[in-house]
Write a protein that binds this ligand. Structure first.
Ligand code: ADP
Ligand code: GLC
Length: 493
């Protein structure tokens, strides 16, 4: 099976959030299962800087962009520790920028153009490579035009006649809205499909992908159910319910070659379930570097996330004073909504011995927090999957989460009847006081060292790798292909 995996992020080349982690690992895991996978990514400024052995190919593709076509030179490297090719589209006007998506929480105004170029470019690249891909796997609205092209402009193209599209919903919150005028650039104007994509007077690229992809999946089973309800469906619940036979939930995994406390070079001391002394040393080091009193007995809480509404920070803000009145310390790492950033900076000044607010994107620090914290906080309003709670489990850092999406699928509350499975704490409501109560349950158990250790070890020993999920993606591809051929009927063999 030949897979073209198109994405706007992939570790180690470019990362903004979990999409980068997933796209950096899943293609390689699929290749290990015998699939022939190629990845396509824009040649961002930092991708150029981060790519080892980046080489120009002799391919240049031409993409209609307004009045005149624009050319992209194609570069190539390999995905880490593999021979999976990753192709980069070079278009410096669009991609040679400081950030991937925008500055200071504001999206670049021409993102529609930047990602159109990637969508069209990926298909032109497939042609230029002369490969008829069986599956084009795309991710979120930024690559959501591809399924529509495959059903329209490229439908009769010999390279794509037998191709199916798989659309993974990592985040239904991002709609990819574009004005009708700008949409003219995409070469689809006047087609009946476009009217189906209309939303509030604009064109919604996400909606188009939800309608025209051959199969859909989200990144946890629970979120796949949730998106079919009014609470989480962002207005697409009916559409998604109508496609429920084509909608699957496959839990993400974590890359254990990157996220493993036994081998992680970004943490000061390595450790394993059999010997946790390194974890205590990581905690002391984290307290030191964050200017917090070096106390082994105090529960150290960690937060690593985009500071967005999704992550439920308003619940924390709501009970902040009560929260910090507890005998706890909190180390936070994140960037995003300026109001949250300001609040946290200000709070850190008011509580210097309790709170350290690192307002930045800092990969090595994210590892040190995962290793050094005792408890990981994740009160998300919605969470399609969430990787940081799985990373925390692997690092013996006990998660406190809101029971939603992938958090519900991965965290088993200590209050369960099956203590062998218990690995954290969870609460249901979107109330700050329930987050507070849940955290109090955790810090109270923290005093019981034997029980706490049991929770840590349960999480550390559970399987959070991609092994199982990658196999499920193979089945998903097979399902999409078998459906297409079933529809084509016996005359096509
Ligand atoms: P989302 O994709 O919604 O942001 P995930 O939990 O799936 O959430 O993935 C987030 C990824 O981004 C994790 O690998 C996490 O460590 C990383 N991350 C988030 N914020 C930061 C930050 N400020 N610095 C470094 N890494 C971060
Ligand atoms: C999204 C989601 C997150 C998920 C990640 C990778 O950004 O918010 O829950 O883990 O994508 O799929």
């Amino acid at each position: 099976m030949r897979i073209l995996f198109v994405t706007t992020e992939a570790v180690p080349f470019a990362k903004f959030g979990g999409l980068g982690d997933v796209s950096g690992t899943l293609p390689v895991e699929l290749a290990k299962l015998g699939l022939d996978v190629s990845v396509v990514l824009p040649l961002y400024r930092h991708a150029r800087a981060n790519a080892e052995r980046l080489e120009p190919t002799d391919l240049t593709i031409s993409i209609p962009l307004g009045e005149t076509p624009s050319a992209a030179r194609v570069w190539r490297s390999n995905m880490p520790n593999s021979d999976v090719p990753i192709y980069f589209l070079e278009q410096n006007d669009l991609y040679d920028r400081e950030e991937m998506y925008g500055l200071k929480g504001e999206e670049y105004e021409d993102n529609y153009r930047r990602f159109y170029f990637l969508n069209r470019g990926a298909l032109e690249l497939a042609r230029a490579l002369g490969i008829g891909f069986d599956v084009v796997h795309v991710n979120d609205w930024m690559t959501g035009l591809i399924p529509i092209y495959l059903k329209t402009i490229f439908k009769e193209d010999p390279y794509f006649k037998e191709t199916v599209s798989v659309f993974t919903i990592h985040n239904l919150g991002n709609l990819g809205l574009i004005s009708r005028k700008n949409f003219e650039l995409m070469g689809l104007s006047g087609r009946p499909e476009v009217e189906e994509m209309a939303l509030d007077g604009e064109i919604c690229q996400l909606k188009g992908a939800l309608i025209y992809s051959d199969v859909l999946n989200t990144v946890s089973r629970q979120y796949a159910k949730e998106v079919q309800t009014a609470e989480f469906g962002e207005g697409f619940e009916e559409l998604l319910r109508s496609r429920s036979d084509d909608l699957f939930g496959i839990l993400n995994g974590i890359d254990c070659s990157i996220w493993n406390p036994e081998t992680d070079r970004l943490i000061p001391f390595n450790y394993a379930a059999e010997n946790l002394s390194g974890k205590a040393a990581c905690k002391a080091a984290l307290q030191r570097e964050n200017g917090l009193p070096e106390r082994g007995d105090v529960p150290l809480l960690g937060i690593v996330c985009r500071l967005s509404e999704q992550k439920g920070l308003d619940m924390l803000v709501e009970v902040f004073e009560d929260f910090l009145a507890l005998d706890v310390q909190l180390v936070l790492l994140g960037t995003g909504v300026p109001e949250y950033e300001d609040f946290l900076r200000d709070a850190a000044e008011r509580y210097p011995t309790k709170l350290a607010a690192n307002i930045k994107f800092d990969e090595p620090l994210s590892h040190r927090i995962e290793a050094g914290a005792d408890i990981f906080l994740m009160p998300s309003r919605f969470e399609p999957c969430g990787l940081t709670q799985m990373i925390s489990l692997k690092y013996g850092t006990v998660p406190v989460v809101r029971r939603t999406g992938g958090l519900a699928d991965t965290i088993t509350d200590y209050a369960t009847t099956n203590l062998e499975e218990a690995n954290g704490f969870s609460f249901n409501s979107m109330q700050g006081r329930d987050l507070l109560a849940c955290t109090k349950r955790a810090i109270s158990l923290y005093q019981d060292r034997a029980e706490w250790k049991r929770l840590m070890l349960n999480g550390m020993k559970q399987e959070w790798s991609w092994r199982k999920s990658a196999r499920e993606y193979v089945k998903l591809y097979e399902h999409a292909l078998s459906r297409k051929f079933a529809v084509m009927g016996p005359s096509n063999g």
